[in-house]
Design a protein around this ligand. Structure first.
Ligand SMILES: *Cc1c(COP(=O)(O)O)cnc(C)c1O
Length: 386
């Protein structure tokens, strides 16, 4: 079984994708051009914001946002402790300091109360200037933006939504990647909408930031690429990737987002049917008024199972051709890259616990009921034998 079956997806979309690639090759316009413009328009429309700027990957997207805001040395940006490395890496890359905040144990997203407290502490301490919050839509579920937006207003902080995994998700009928002052996503192949290489996008309703982002993404360009008015990056989305993404976005909006939700619902129904929660397993939680884009289907293994128990389960599943992954093994504040910095001293007990307990199961819009049954049966028979 594939963890995320991109081969099957390609077989379904092959005629359209192949002809889109061929069209770009025939035109020999490999950078910029109509497919990139059209995609940006379609993405902005889908998300419901005024501007979309595509770029080379989801990490650059985050960094470009921080650059447009002029965040740098002496500034603090608050970041969840339980996320992919990029969410915090970009803060250090622009010379600022990430302060890691613990997450909610059910939603896996940044804990608003703990965020509020962490901000107050930085303000009181006075060593740094608090500037922004990165809120991640982890595993496809939008963060608690009603609360987070209020907290950002109260403390006069900018909100950056890292929607690399959240694209397609919803909160109160609004799409993910519309909740930040600037929001970003990634088109890495395994994300909810992936391209055939690297890609990313930035979303905002602010005209001035849109212009700044377009400049920073292309060598700090002024009137042209050869008129350079600030130090920027070289971060563009290839035309071939844009052409592929137009087809992927269409499939995602028409069928895949609905289908992946059906597969996730099947998992939950099957697990509930065999009473997995009695064994101490915690299933994913989607609060009312939320829609997940299901970047991952992540369960928490029972208390006392430990990292070794998880390793054994993972190996046992692998023997049955079922790949399972661990997102994430390590809290951000424990990453060696932050050792000896103020970012390393976070107090995040929930994240530490989750890192030892989580396991993500194979999921994509093309999984069948038989696939789901096979995974659920394998997990249950392992749990029954320990
Ligand atoms: C994948 C990911 C990124 C980075 O995206 P790339 O396109 O791989 O650079 C950033 N944040 C989160 C939460 C991600 O999952």
């Amino acid at each position: 079984m594939e963890y995320r079956d991109l081969k099957k997806q390609y077989q379904v979309l092959k005629p359209r994708i192949d002809s889109a690639i061929e069209e770009v090759c025939t035109s020999a316009a490999f950078i910029g051009g109509q497919p990139v413009k059209e995609l940006e328009k379609e993405l902005a429309e889908y998300v419901g914001v005024r501007h979309c700027v595509t770029c080379a990957n989801g990490t650059d997207a985050l960094q470009l946002a921080l650059m447009a805001w002029g965040i740098g040395s002496g500034d603090v940006v608050f970041v969840p402790d339980f996320t992919y490395f990029s969410s915090g890496e970009v803060v250090s890359a622009v010379g600022a300091t990430p302060i890691f905040v613990d997450v909610d144990r059910r939603t896996y997203n940044i804990d608003p109360e703990k965020l509020d407290r962490a901000i107050s502490e930085v303000e009181k301490d006075g060593k740094y200037s608090a500037k922004a919050v990165v809120a991640v839509d982890l595993f496809g579920l939008p963060a608690d933006f009603a609360k987070i937006q209020d907290i950002c207003k109260k403390h006069k902080l900018l909100l950056l939504e890292d929607g690399a995994q959240g694209f397609g998700g919803e909160l109160n009928g609004k799409k993910a990647c519309s909740f930040g002052d600037i929001s970003t996503t990634s088109f890495f192949p395994a994300k909810p909408v992936g391209c055939y290489g690297d890609g990313g996008a930035i979303f905002t309703n602010n005209d001035e930031w849109d212009a700044l982002l377009r400049s920073y993404a292309v060598h700090g360009k002024g009137s042209s690429k050869y008129d350079n008015i600030r130090i920027g990056m070289n971060s563009r989305l290839d035309t071939i990737q844009a052409a592929i993404l137009r087809i992927k976005l269409n499939a995602f909006a028409n069928t895949e987002l609905t289908d992946v939700n059906k597969v996730a619902a099947l998992y939950t129904a099957k697990f509930e049917e065999v009473k997995v929660e009695k064994k101490g397993v915690v299933l994913p939680f989607v609060p009312e008024n939320y829609l997940s884009s299901w970047a991952q289907y992540t369960v928490q293994l029972p208390d006392g199972f430990g990292k070794e128990g998880r390793e054994k389960l993972q190996a046992n599943l692998k023997e049955q051709d079922i790949p399972a992954m661990i997102y994430y093994l390590k809290p951000m504040h424990n990453q060696l890259a932050f050792e000896g910095t103020d970012s390393a001293s976070a107090d995040c007990p929930v994240t530490e616990e989750l890192c030892d307990k989580v396991l993500s199961l194979p999921l994509d819009p093309y999984k069948t009921e038989e696939d789901v049954n096979q995974v659920v049966d394998a997990v249950m028979s392992f749990l029954g034998n320990v």
